[in-house]
Design a protein around this ligand. Structure first.
Ligand code: SF4
Length: 691
């Protein structure tokens, strides 16, 4: 979204303390160019590194020759050499991080690696890169320079802290304590990353006032620019061979650079010849949100609060300003209260009628924004920070105008209402590109020498056409590598042929009964994954007291706590929805069964999904086969992918939706799944578990 916050999915939770050397290891070279322009590791061929008897076999304690890993490394090396794009599906167990890191390092070019999850970012930074460094430079006489970057909101803004120190405006004892801790830490920290503040609550309101978000940053005109943590991070990234980010930060940065039209200090990521997107199956969603617009009542309130605080600090809170802020606050709150009612996410189809009816209220908000911006501009001898507020007010003006008045056949306009506490509701107006392909083609693929897109789940029916067309990656080489796992002997895929259609009311009771039987056979040790919260709660309630194993329910505790408990509790069963379908790794017997309730088709009434379906159909395509089935295939592969995480894992994947057997499209799902052993017979499931 063009909200300019640069907020990413990398939250600060769960990280232990680490110092600067943990973030960034200086190479022996301190030149502006990436230190490895001399191509460390360039002397060893990929074959000699990955093959039996090669360097990897001599240095990795659990080495096995993985043909797919070598093939992937060679494909990545070739793509970098030929300056072309590559899409590669590499199943779990391929060892794909080493397969792209090694040719990336050999190339001597600066490489940005963007991941979907914090776990993978950390694996790359703390495990894979240090391992390669040790393997390539056993004498310790060289080092790879690598920089790990999070979203800007993870870092402290020194200017804001100093201003708060001069004019403390703190709410309550908690904030006073947090302020003291942050102020003391600022004296010693070398990174400014809040992850070092283990005791700072995740939802600290004070931190939100002090973080280094882009929309409150005054850039080079800031008096703390030279010692700013963001400036320092940008400098480090410029000197790095490898820059590790997540998709949210990558696209937030790209959005900022586009808005700034190439201004030299825009964005924090350096240019790179090669960008590797791991977990690339998430790109469409993330890019869609960052190339879209979101305007909410909460953002208006935040702007009002920020301006008030600023004026109070600067003793400029005049009657005229107070009136302007009051008007903006009241008018925006009233305007958002007029938006149509609806459930969670719904299309804003009647924008014209809405504007006809409420045009005066819309114009009143726009005028209030203009008034605020001009009040700020007319301030005598104003500090630099004032300009960022005027800029924000102008941005809001443009964005609100866009979501209400703009006509664009490639944009879907919709409203989101989210519950926040018992009484409160967050309301936002959204504009999302229907097809991100053309946007990415123009803003990204055409500008990069090499983009590598990889994931364990990109192919549908063995081909990569779906992901290529959704993301607009033309002229890419496509590679689908077989998995390293022996799925025939490691996993049994069970579908009950006798259960009713999951869209019928009879399904829930029969499904609950079958889950009970399956859990008895597997002795618990299972994830039961659902496509909706309602179904999850319903079946959980039906099974409560009916099975003898400990049961966990998503929502009863944070995700990380549930996972920890699952790992620590013998025979545990976890009931969960979408957030557990991917990025969750439980190895060993503790997870021996993954049950999925139904084929994970996206909700067709979702405004973004509905707009995409309509656009494909009206362009002569078949949205069901071109979009809905492939998207569901990838989600199903993700869900089942939780089971087999290592060569030693063994177990059952069960799908309670037998449309996969009965409908014509079911074949596409079956052909896209790994080569599991298959059965529709419960006796076979029992035999599989030795009963
Ligand atoms: S440059 Fe921006 S982020 Fe850094 S201290 Fe100044 S205002 Fe804060």
């Amino acid at each position: 979204m063009l909200d300019g916050t640069g907020e990413g999915g990398t939250s600060a939770d769960g990280l232990c303390y680490f110092n600067l050397s943990d973030y960034y290891r200086d190479s022996v070279s301190s030149s502006f160019q990436p230190a490895s322009s001399a191509a460390p590791g360039g002397t060893i061929s990929l074959y000699n590194f990955f093959s039996p008897g090669g360097l990897l076999s001599q240095t990795h304690p659990a080495y096995e020759f993985r043909r797919g890993q070598l093939q992937m490394a060679q494909a990545v090396g070739q793509a970098i050499e030929e300056r072309r794009h590559l899409i590669v599906e590499a199943g779990t167990g391929t060892g794909k991080t080493l397969a792209y890191l090694m040719p990336a390092i050999r190339s001597g070019k600066r490489v940005i690696i963007s991941t979907g999850t914090k776990n993978l970012q950390e694996q790359l930074f703390y495990k894979d890169v240090p391992f390669l460094e040790k393997a390539l430079f056993p004498d310790g006489n060289r080092a790879l320079s690598v920089c790990y970057m999070k979203g800007r909101n993870n870092y402290l803004c020194r200017r804001k802290l100093y201003e708060l120190t001069e004019q403390p405006v703190l709410n309550g004892l908690d904030e006073i304590e947090q302020y003291r801790a942050i102020a003391a830490w600022e004296q010693t920290t070398r990174t400014g990353d809040r992850a070092e503040l283990a005791d700072l609550p995740e939802a600290s309101a004070l931190w939100h006032k002090l973080d280094a978000r882009a929309d409150t940053c005054t850039g080079q005109k800031c008096s703390s620019w030279d010692k700013c943590f963001i400036t320092e991070m940008r400098r480090r990234a410029l000197e790095s061979d490898i820059v590790i980010v997540n998709h949210h930060l990558f696209f937030a940065d790209l959005g900022i650079k586009q808005q700034a039209e190439g201004a030299p200090d825009a964005g924090i990521l350096p240019d790179a010849a090669v960008v590797i997107f791991d977990e690339a199956h998430e790109l469409e969603d993330v890019a869609g949100s960052y190339f879209g617009i979101s305007v909410s009542a909460a953002r208006f309130e935040e702007l009002c609060r920020d301006i008030e605080n600023f004026l109070q600090r600067n003793h400029n809170y005049t009657a005229s300003f107070s009136g302007a802020i009051k008007t903006l606050r009241e008018r925006s709150a009233f305007f958002f209260s007029l938006l149509p009612e609806g459930d969670s996410r719904f299309a804003f189809e009647n924008r014209h009628e809405f504007l006809e009816e409420n045009g005066d209220e819309f114009l009143a908000v726009q005028q209030s924004l203009v008034r605020i911006a001009s009040e700020i501009e007319n301030m005598p001898s104003k500090p630099e920070e004032a300009f960022s507020f005027a800029r924000r007010a102008q941005e809001f003006h443009v964005q609100l105008g866009f979501v209400l008045e703009h006509e664009d056949p490639n944009t879907v306009f919709w409203i989101e209402r989210r519950r926040a506490g018992r009484e409160k509701q967050h309301v936002s107006l959204q504009a999302t590109p229907i097809d991100v392909g053309p946007v990415l083609r123009e803003a990204l693929w055409s500008k990069l020498d090499t983009a590598i897109l990889t994931s364990a789940t990109l192919a549908v029916g063995g081909a990569l056409d779906y992901i290529r067309s959704r993301l607009g990656v033309d002229h890419a080489r496509n590679v689908v590598l077989p998995s390293h796992f022996d799925y025939q002997n490691q996993a049994l895929f069970y579908v009950p042929p006798d259960l009713p259609d999951p869209r019928t009311p009879q399904f829930a009771s029969k499904a609950a009964e079958r889950i009970r039987k399956l859990l008895e056979i597997t002795r618990g040790r299972a994830f039961v994954l659902f496509t909706s919260y309602a179904q999850m709660r319903d079946i959980y309630q039906r099974l409560l007291g009916e099975i003898e194993f400990p049961m966990l329910l998503q929502g009863d505790a944070p995700k990380s706590a549930l996972l920890e408990e699952f790992r620590a509790t013998p025979h545990c069963v976890l009931f969960a929805t979408s957030s557990f379908w991917q990025g969750v790794d439980v190895q060993g017997e503790q997870l021996s069964c993954v049950i999925i309730d139904r084929l994970p088709f996206a909700v067709p009434s979702d405004p973004v999904v509905a707009a995409r379906v309509k656009a494909i159909d009206s362009n002569g395509g078949n949205a069901f086969f071109d979009y809905q089935v492939p998207a569901a295939v990838i989600t199903l592969k993700q869900g089942f992918g939780r089971l087999i995480r290592s060569l030693h894992d063994r177990g059952l994947v069960a799908l309670l939706d037998n449309r996969i057997l009965k409908k014509q499209y079911g074949r596409i799902f079956v052909d896209s799944l790994p080569n599991y052993r298959r059965s529709t017979d419960l006796n076979v499931v029992e035999q599989w578990f030795g009963l």
